[in-house]
Every structure is written in C-alpha cells, then in structure tokens.
Design a protein around this ligand. Structure first.
Ligand code: FCB
Length: 474
C-alpha cells in the first residue's frame, strides 16, 4: 500500500480521551416530587414561600425527567454524548434523612444508570446538588454538625447500590452556593441571612465532603474516581492599584482559597480567617476536621459562567453590587470595602457578562496552584430567551457563540498544559433555574413545559458536531 493510500490521521482540538458531556441536577429536572417515596427537600419548602422563586414556580413537575428519562437518554445518545452528569436526590434515596434506603428511590437511579450504560453513556453522579431532606433542615440543616454524618451515611448506602456501575462520584456541587446563597444572602434554600451561619454551613459542607469521600472509598472499587465540584471564581482587580488588589485578594479568599486550601492543603487560609474575624471565631472547626476535609480526591470539577471583577469600595460613589447574584444582601460573609463590577462584553439572559478568557484564567491558575490535579469542566453554558419559531425550530446563535468561545478557552488551556479531561455543558434540558424558576433557559434542548415536548436547539446540533469531529468550527 502506498503512503498516499493511508488514511489521514484524525486530528482533534482536544486531548485524547476528552470526555464530552452534559449536566443536570435532580430538583431542576426530575419532577415527581411526591412519587416513589420521595419526601420534601429544602427546595420544595423554599419554593413555596411567596416571593422566593419567580412566578411561584416549584420543581413539582419540572422537566418530568423521572418519567421521561428513557426519552432523555435517547436524546443524549442521538447527540453523541459520551457522559452524563446528574445528581441523586437525597430525599428520594433516604427520605427520612437517616436510616435505611428507600429501595424505590434507588430503583429510579438504577434504571437511569442502566439506560445510560446501554446507550454507551458514562454516568457521572453528584450526591448533593442542594436538595437537603427537609427533615434534616428541621434539625438545623447545615448548621447542625450531625448533618455531616448523615451525608456520609447517605453516600454509603447509595454507593453500595450503584457503585458497581457508576465510576465517577462527586460529593457536592458548588458548596459556595449552598452556604453563601443559602445562609448569607438567603436567595437560595433554606433562605437564612447570617454571615456567621454562612461560614458555619460552609465548614460543615466541607466536612460532609470529607466524610463522604471516606464513605465512598469504603464502598467503591479502587478504580472509582471521587471528586468535588466548585464554582471557583476568576477574580480580577479593576486596576493595579493596591486597594483594588487587596479587594481581589479578599474575594479570591472567600471564593477560591476558602475551599482549595482546606481540601488540598488541610488548612484554612490565614488571611480569610483574619478577614472574617469580625463575623465568627471559627470555633465550629474541631480537631481532626481538616484531616477529614483534605482526604485525597481524584479530580476537581469546575463550574464557570462569568468572571468576577472587584475594586476597592468608593464611599463617594456607592454602586449596587454587581456580582451576578440576585438579592439585596451580599452573599459574601465579609466583603467589607469591596465593590463588585460587571466584566465588559455582551450579557446573557441572566445578565452575566460573556467572557471566555475567565475560564482560561481559572484553568491555568489551577494548573499552577495544584500541579497534576486532573480537572473537569463540570458546568458551563448560558441562558438566553429561546423560543420555538413557527416551524418548531429553536435558533440560539448566542448560545452557539458562547459555547464556541468557552470551548476554545478549554482547548487553549489544554494546549498550555492544563490537565483538563472533559467538558459538561450546562444544561442538557431547559429546567427549574432555582430562584429564577422556569424563566431562564439554559438547555441545549428546549422544553415546552406545558406539553413536555423536547426540541434540540441549534446549539445541540452544533455541540453534536463538535463531539463527532473533536474540533471547533473555524
Ligand atoms: C450553577 C448550578 C446549576 C445551575 C447553573 C446555571 O450554579 O450548579 O444548578 O443553576 O448554575
């Protein structure tokens, strides 16, 4: 055979074995809130408090994925997804928040996982994407240290049943949001507004992560991958002025190092302890906690949407906090002297500036700070005001542009030595966007919530082509 007859080598823009996925979360898509023995979570309670969720929306029905999971897996297969990141609903699996598992709840995930595997899609499971059983909230929720032990118990009984088929496990999704939006600004469940409580919840969530890692390792085969997903911030000072640099240091502490240091170094950063001394004495940290929290993990999941621009406060020109988080109160427990400004560029329907360089900055920073740690982009995507046109098509060129830019940032980061092994688009389906209800559409698949009809948007077709070729269109 002549050399010319050899097939051209397949060139892709992404590392060999790069995982292409999409992500969802239980409360945002499942519905069937009172079926199969599920009890209410803090989001069922919170969404019923008037004024907490736009339009009074709840996750009662959501995208009805509990009943339509087969159709949804078929869609994933059609799009060529290699992996699917979803969360398990604690109140489905352990409705009382402690004690034995609810077999009917586990059965649902059993069926889902089998369906994924039958379609060649790798399941990636998150144990906690914000839906704490209400019964545990009634006992103090994340302010109660005992909740951390309950979480480890829930992790064990879930891994015992599904660990033979799920190879990648994530303990928590975005504990920053659980702690700081749930207990600081109160815009998320359970809706508390105390900076001291936000830090208590933060520590207990990290302790739950550490105990959960231990519980998972005890149940899972040695090949299992155990991870944590954080919404780390790409923090940028507005100028090089020392006061702006100090604002950036403070917010980098409260967004990033308050997680990375305990998890990867076994200590809380001294400057964060000093910055928050006005709020708490951190006496909720007990001997041995940091050893639990820093149990080794196999990879880190990064969720990225938009950068965080900060400057020193200017008392002469007070300006509203523009950190992308709704609510009158600041979620940040000790952001004294800090002004949050939007990055430049066009905005998504969430009002979040589109800035793909932030993702590159974050990934390369992690390469430098945590050398060798495998990274996954576990969420990235955008909400736009999508609608289906008279022909039934959903054209979403802004989302295609957003994804193109951010995937290019991942490509550049990988080319520059970042060990990034996969990308999970947020989200597979339009869904219940927490305090924004169904008004914000993040899906690459449009959902008509009245009929539950699914329609892949142009971005889904675009993403399927990127997956198929391994390349970004030039
Ligand atoms: C993340 C959440 C996810 C979704 C996206 C838009 O913070 O993890 O559930 O709401 O934002």
């Amino acid at each position: 055979m002549s050399v010319e007859a050899l097939p051209a080598p397949v060139r892709t823009d992404f590392p060999t074995g790069f995982v292409w996925g999409a992500a969802t979360a239980a409360y945002q898509i499942e519905g069937a809130a009172a079926e199969g023995g599920r009890t209410p979570s803090i989001w069922d309670t919170f969404s019923r408090i008037p004024g907490k969720v736009r339009n009074g929306d709840t996750g009662d029905i959501a995208a009805d994925h509990y009943h339509r999971y087969r159709e949804d897996v078929a869609l994933m297969a059609e799009l060529g997804l290699g992996a699917y990141r979803f969360s398990l609903a604690w109140p489905r699996i352990q409705p009382a928040g402690s004690g034995p598992a609810n077999e009917a709840g586990l059965d649902f995930y059993d069926r889902l996982v089998d369906e994924l595997l039958a379609n060649g899609i790798t399941p990636v499971a998150t144990l906690y994407h914000w839906d704490l059983p209400q019964t545990l909230e009634d006992q103090g929720g994340w302010l109660n240290r005992d909740t951390t032990h309950r979480f480890a118990e829930y992790a064990s009984l879930t891994a015992r049943r599904l660990g033979d088929r799920i190879g990648t496990w994530t303990t928590l999704n975005e504990p920053w949001c659980s702690a700081f939006l749930g207990y600081g600004s109160g815009v998320h469940a359970p809706g508390r507004t105390s900076p001291a409580e936000a830090l208590t919840a933060h520590h207990h969530l990290l302790l739950a992560h550490g105990l959960g890692v231990g519980a998972l390792r005890a149940e899972l085969p040695a090949t299992a991958q155990v991870s944590l997903t954080l919404n780390l911030a790409a923090v940028r000072p507005l100028t090089g002025d020392p006061a702006d640099l100090d604002a950036a240091r403070r917010i980098d502490g409260l967004a990033n190092r308050i997680f990375l240091d305990p998890v990867f170094r076994g200590s809380y950063p001294a400057d964060v302890l000093a910055d928050t001394a006005e709020v708490t004495d951190w006496s909720f940290v007990h001997d041995g906690d940091l050893a639990e929290i820093s149990r080794p993990i196999d990879s880190l999941g990064i969720n990225y949407y938009t950068p965080t621009v900060v400057a020193a406060d200017d008392p002469e020109h007070p300006a509203p906090r523009q950190d992308g988080h709704a609510g009158e109160l600041s979620p940040w427990p000790a952001d004294t002297g800090v002004r949050f400004l939007p990055a430049e560029g066009s905005r998504t329907a969430m009002g979040w500036p589109v800035d793909a360089d932030g993702l590159y900055e974050l990934l390369t920073r992690l390469r430098d700070d945590l050398p060798g740690l495998p990274l996954l982009v576990t969420e990235n995507g955008a909400a736009y005001d999508d609608y289906s046109d008279p022909s039934g098509a959903v054209h979403d060129p802004e989302r295609v542009a957003y994804l193109h830019g951010h995937l290019d940032a991942v490509r550049r980061a990988a080319a520059d030595g970042v060990p990034v092994g996969g990308y999970f688009l947020w989200s597979l389906l339009d869904n219940f966007e927490w305090a924004y209800g169904y008004g914000k559409r993040f899906g690459m698949v449009h959902v008509d919530f009245a009929s539950q009809r699914r329609t892949p948007k142009d971005s889904a077709r675009w993403y399927a082509e990127v997956i198929r070729t391994g390349r970004l269109p030039r």
